[in-house]
Ligand binder design. Structure first.
Ligand SMILES: Nc1ncnc2c1ncn2[C@@H]1O[C@H](COP(=O)(O)OP(=O)(O)OP(=O)(O)O)[C@@H](O)[C@H]1O
Ligand SMILES: [Mg+2]
Length: 377
């Protein structure tokens, strides 16, 4: 089994003394290659203040676990520096970094009781028996597992095992806790409950958390900031609201939330707006976020809830044909043909208890140029 406990006192290595800047965790130009050829992490720069809850979010293979493993010390960076509390830790072994960890597959020791599982990292730290017992009790109470100290992991449900794993990561009072898809094996209801519990513990204990998931709603609800990964590169690092409202590029726009796409060629620019000509001959105005100059292609992103129905005089007004209507209670999801895109989704609020729209009908829709972001293609 992989060594996931971190022994020794950080103070022994002088890590408690902040020596540079205000960042608690820092990746400075970090690269990683497993085979000496392909970089799976490319020039990663990331600085986290103490107490932050940061989530690494991204598709499978984008380098999230690799980054976490480098921070934990199970993988070494091929280039760059990783710092904890101002001190370079590249060459400090995992068990001396004082970091708590939780992984998807719990990795509790099956032959030990719950209490023994929690006591183990404290024994490694040479803590006395009575102090150990008090800490174990406190950590189990924290995750509402105080009654289960004598059970073995196999006698617990998945959610209970995950709670014990969380308690074990926290039992030695680490300042930094890493979690890699810790809730991936749980059903939806339990996952949401544990999300709430982890967040509450973070707020209460003031610990710094680096959390890895590919579940975007988990990332958006739990985090102070989210680093969106793709192909070993952070595409955007921002608070959840910024990621959704102001995606920097088309990858983030498409990865976070739902988004309608239109492509066209830029034919003019006026301050922060561009005029874009579409394949059907029409032209629309968009916010110039991350696009080229005149003559260049751009991909425009429009959120379904920002589309307005029925105003012929509005800017960017266009005819749209209703292809499909799906009743979803609080809103109606309407698939339309807009400028040739047959997967254009409009969310219509269900304020009147029904929608006047009919399948096959033509209507007018519009959106503000500010809600149409011209991005890289
Ligand atoms: N030990 C290893 N040896 C060689 N290649 C590896 C190793 N671990 C990961 N990789 C490769 O590095 C890349 C990044 O993998 P990583 O596990 O960091 O992705 P991830 O973002 O955590 O993905 P997932 O969401 O599937 O867990 C992938 O292409 C993967 O195949
Ligand atoms: Mg992973």
């Amino acid at each position: 089994m992989r060594e996931i406990f971190c022994a020794d006192d950080l103070g022994e290595f002088g890590l408690n003394a902040a020596t540079s800047g205000s960042a608690f965790v820092e990746f400075d130009r970090v690269q990683k290659s497993y085979d000496g050829e392909v970089l799976v992490v490319k020039d990663l720069n990331l600085a986290m203040p103490k107490g932050e809850f940061l989530t690494m979010l991204g598709p499978s293979g984008s380098g999230k676990t690799t980054c976490l493993m480098m921070l934990a010390g199970f993988e070494t960076a091929t280039h760059g520096e990783i710092r904890l509390d101002g001190r370079e830790i590249n060459n400090i072994p995992p068990h001396k970094r004082g970091i708590g960890m939780v992984f998807q597959n719990y990795a509790l020791f099956p032959h030990m009781t719950v209490a023994e599982n929690l006591s183990f990292p404290l024994e490694v730290r040479k803590m006395g028996k009575s102090e150990r017992e008090a800490k174990v009790k406190h950590a189990l109470d924290m995750v509402q597992m105080g009654e289960f100290g004598n059970r073995r992991p196999a006698q617990l449900s998945g959610g209970q095992q995950q709670r014990v794993a969380l308690a074990r990561a926290l039992v030695f009072d680490p300042e930094l806790v890493l979690m890699d898809e810790p809730l991936g094996a749980l059903d939806k209801q339990l996952r949401e409950h544990m999300q709430y519990e982890i967040k509450a513990l973070h707020d209460r204990l003031g610990i710094t958390v680096v959390y890895v998931t590919h579940d975007q709603s988990e990332a958006l609800t739990m985090s102070d900031r989210v680093a969106v990964f793709n192909d070993g590169v952070i595409q955007q690092l921002a608070p959840p609201e910024d990621l959704y409202e102001r995606p920097d590029n088309s990858f983030v726009a498409q990865f976070i939330g739902e988004n309608n796409k239109l492509t066209g060629k830029i034919i003019g620019r006026n301050n922060d707006k561009v005029q874009v000509s579409l394949a059907d001959g029409s032209s629309i105005e968009a916010l110039a976020v991350n696009c080229g100059g005149e003559g260049e292609e751009t991909l425009m992103s429009i959120r379904p809830e920002r589309v307005v129905l029925g105003d012929d005089t509005a800017q960017n007004a266009t005819k749209a044909k209703v292809l499909e209507l799906i009743y979803l209670g609080d809103h109606i999801r309407c698939r339309m043909n807009v400028h040739g895109n047959e997967d254009f989704i409009v969310k219509v609020a269900n304020s009147a208890g029904h929608t006047h729209l009919k399948k096959g009908e033509e209507t007018t829709i519009s959106w503000l140029p500010e809600d149409c972001r011209a991005l890289d293609i």
